[in-house]
Design a protein around this ligand. Sequence first.
Ligand SMILES: [Zn+2]
Length: 240
Amino acid sequence: MRTTVGIAAPLPGENHANLLPVFVGHFGVGLAAKRVAPRTSLGWLIAAPLLLDLLWPVFLLLHWETVRIKAGATVVTPFEFVSYPISHSLLAAVGWATLAGIAYWTISRYARGALVIGACVLSHWVLDWVVHAPDLPLYPAGAKYGLGLWNSVAATVVVEGLVFGAGVWVYARSIRATSRAGRLGWWAFVAFLVVVYAANFLGPPLSQVEQVASVTLLLGLMPIWAWRFDRRRVSVVAAY
Ligand SMILES: [Zn+2]
């Protein structure tokens, strides 16, 4: 069943993940980046790999980009990414990465952090390219690419789990809590992501694109949470 923006209705039972088209691997990249740029707040480092997915719902609500909810679009998600050149073409990703790096450098004057922020923004496109069906354009109206890992639940869970797990491991080994709040906040953050990820596979489907856009926008709260507990932790690697 194919529907257009706003009146979509996926068939039940054909997809496992119905909540968000978001890949926990993006969080793994942000967590691991803290080791490379220890003076940058984890809030920034989580926001950067999510940036394209935070812009995407805004452009959906503005009707500048289009997604369809279509049962069976891939095994893992029911989303058919019809058009999203402003948030998700490679050319646009390079532009957003450059802008984010410059913005961070302007406020921090920390060149290493700015480069890492830019790389994290760009990493989003690379990870999406691994999991998405061939729907990611190199440039607006350009050829579309995607390796289609989302056609296998097992491969998706293994790859996402490895990238996320590696990020958790690197952050936990690099950054120590200076208070109970810092320790509890960090583990609550990890547990929350694991629960949301599981709910993504087990939860009820969202049937309207506006719902998907709104829920995806809530992701914007995650960098704020990361910033809060990261303040209560201290790097055990050199503060270069
Ligand atoms: Zn994305």
